[in-house]
Ligand binder design. Structure first.
Ligand code: G6P
Ligand code: MG
Length: 212
């Protein structure tokens, strides 16, 4: 019996993945290399510092811990420049309608994101008020595919894992939800998200009855 829905942010509520990609690419370019959109897929759901490690590996660049922190800070500033230009019409199609229908059915709504910028983004797109709980990169000690972020979401909404449904666009996020013992609905491509219970292309095709 589903009592809560736990939503990833980037790529589920709003497409910030394109802004992350732009900012990471700028970092790579300034360090003298480039990477593809295909490689970018591996960065989805992964923390800022883990993403940096992967990217540096692709470019065969070695940095000291201090330099890593400096580059990650720079990337975040470039990313936030893009985030500050976001508007509420960037919310992905069907999301407000689906969240409104959850509220009407007394199903709790929580955010489960690796991002440390999640509240800022939800404010920019006018979506903060929909959420009963927000668990993000500021609360967790273990990133996806570890289930911690979603287990904390279950706890914050007073639900058991088996009463929660996770919405995820990232392979690591789908794995996190499954590891937490939850039903997981992938948002995106069924080829990439084949570990999800089922996959939707977008929220226009999502209805409450598919939660059960
Ligand atoms: C989400 C995104 C990742 C991003 C991570 C950390 O999980 O999918 O691409 O690296 O959040 O985001 P932050 O805003 O804290 O850098
Ligand atoms: Mg995501």
């Amino acid at each position: 019996n589903t009592k809560a829905c736990l939503f990833d942010l980037d790529g589920v509520i709003v497409d910030t993945a394109v802004y992350h990609f732009q900012a990471w690419r700028r970092l790579a370019n300034e360090l003298g290399f480039d990477f593809t959109e295909h490689q970018n897929e591996q960065l989805k759901g992964i923390s800022r510092m883990e993403s940096l490690e992967l990217i540096l590996g692709w470019g065969n660049v070695t940095l000291s811990e201090e330099e890593k922190v400096a580059w990650a800070t720079r990337k975040n500033a470039w990313y936030l420049d893009l985030v500050m230009q976001m508007t509420p019409d960037e919310v992905l199609k069907g999301v407000p309608e689906f969240l409104t229908s959850l509220r009407a059915d007394n199903i709790k709504i929580a955010l489960g994101s690796a991002s440390k910028n999640s509240k800022l983004i939800l404010e920019r797109i006018n979506m903060l008020d929909y959420f009963d709980a927000i668990i993000d990169g500021n609360n967790i000690t273990k990133g996806k595919p570890d289930p911690q972020v979603f287990l904390m979401g279950a706890e914050a909404t007073d639900c058991k894992p088996e009463e929660c449904v996770v919405f995820e666009d990232a392979v690591a996020g789908v794995q996190a939800g499954k590891a937490g013992g939850m039903k997981v609905i992938g948002v995106g491509s069924a080829d990439i998200l084949n570990e999800a219970d089922f996959v939707i292309a977008g929220f226009e095709e999502m209805t409450i009855d598919r939660l059960f």
